[in-house]
Design a binder for this molecule. Structure first.
Ligand SMILES: *Cc1c(COP(=O)(O)O)cnc(C)c1O
Length: 344
């Protein structure tokens, strides 16, 4: 039970922007091992100009949230899965993985230290947690760094949907997000660097997001720049695309479990052809930030795929999934074993 009151901020008005908080966690890797790690107050990082992260983008990250539950606890959602995913990202980028159990402890430690920055229950705001790792020593010949920094910053963010989740319109992108056998399945900064150009263009054209198809054949659904996709069939089955180049979203995996075990739905995790998308009745994007953003329309080079759920509100099945998962997260519904990590 948290006894520290939240700061006196206008929580409902916060956007999704960085605001420095009191403490951040840092651990250094040197001479083949991670040090004990500590909390520090300086929000700035000083690095050599030739640091591997600057020259060859050796970096990966995670994203999760801490929040207050109905009964006054501060918790976060399945941080062990973020720890494991960052481990996998690090391995693929030839970085030394930060131990999974220490990751979870570090998350708890930095949230606890910034307790007053955890928004009040019911405000819709949360404390966004951003763990990240970079190659920090100087490297000019192409090779992995020898020294690394694992850091966690936390920053309060506002409710993702101010005034309810309105369906969005997304477009089929002419760019690729990830190559077969590339880095699409890990959370690497480089995956986002190359998505900036297509997302700025999509926004200029009035679309909320880019939907990427598989770069090999351009016939299968992958995901958007920062969220997995979910679909609902006419007979109420949850379908999620399967591919080795999709980032394994924790929200998507949790929704599949909730659909099957809480709502008794049929769940299919399989390859999804773009040509079958018009057969679905509901569509959504899922990720930590918004949990689910309903998609009303997909624009395929001027041709619109309109979902039966329309442009006014979330479809009924996606709404049920959203209510159930957020109910579990906020402590209004009983959570599966190990999903809710208590910080105090
Ligand atoms: C982080 C991310 C997601 C969402 O994953 P969650 O674990 O649900 O937050 C989806 N796609 C991409 C490309 C991502 O980077």
């Amino acid at each position: 039970m948290s006894v520290v009151e939240p700061k006196n901020l206008d929580w409902g008005k916060l956007g999704f922007a960085y605001m420095p908080t009191d403490y951040r966690y840092v651990s250094y890797y040197k001479d083949g091992k991670w040090d004990d790690g500590q909390l520090v107050t300086d929000p700035n990082v000083t690095l050599n100009e030739c640091a591997c992260v600057f020259q060859y983008s050796q970096s990966c990250f995670e994203g999760l949230k801490a929040y207050r539950t109905k009964d006054g606890h501060i918790v976060c959602f399945r941080p062990d899965l973020n720890a494991q995913r960052m481990h996998d990202s690090a391995v693929r980028l030839e970085m030394p993985p930060f131990p999974v159990d220490r990751f979870v402890e570090a998350v708890k430690q930095v949230v606890k230290a910034n307790e007053a920055w955890v928004p009040p229950y019911g405000s819709g705001a949360t404390l966004y947690i951003r763990p990240y790792m970079i190659g920090s020593n100087s490297v000019i010949g192409v090779k992995p760094a020898d020294e690394y920094m694992f850091r966690i910053l936390v920053t309060p963010v506002g409710p993702y949907f101010k005034g309810g989740a309105k369906p969005i319109v997304i477009k089929v992108s002419d760019y690729d997000r990830a190559a077969p056998h590339g880095t699409g399945n890990i959370k690497a900064g480089l995956n986002y660097a190359m998505s900036l150009y297509p997302i700025v263009k999509a926004h200029e054209e009035g679309f909320a997001e880019n939907m990427y198809l598989d770069s090999g054949t351009r016939t299968k659904v992958e995901e958007t720049g920062g969220a997995n996709m979910i679909f609902i069939t006419k007979d109420g089955t949850l379908v999620t695309p399967k591919s080795d180049s999709i980032l394994p979203s924790i929200t998507r995996r949790s929704l599949c479990y909730v659909a099957e075990h809480y709502l008794g739905m049929k769940v299919e995790h399989r390859e999804v052809l773009f040509s079958e998308v018009p057969n679905f009745v509901e569509c959504g994007l899922c990720g930590t930030a918004a949990v689910i953003s309903p998609v009303g329309k997909i624009n395929d080079h001027g041709k619109e795929i309109c979902f039966a759920s329309g442009m006014e509100k979330m479809g009924p099945t996606i709404q049920k999934l959203y209510d159930t998962l957020t109910g579990i997260q906020m402590g209004r519904l009983e959570a599966p074993e190990g999903w809710i990590c208590k910080i105090d």
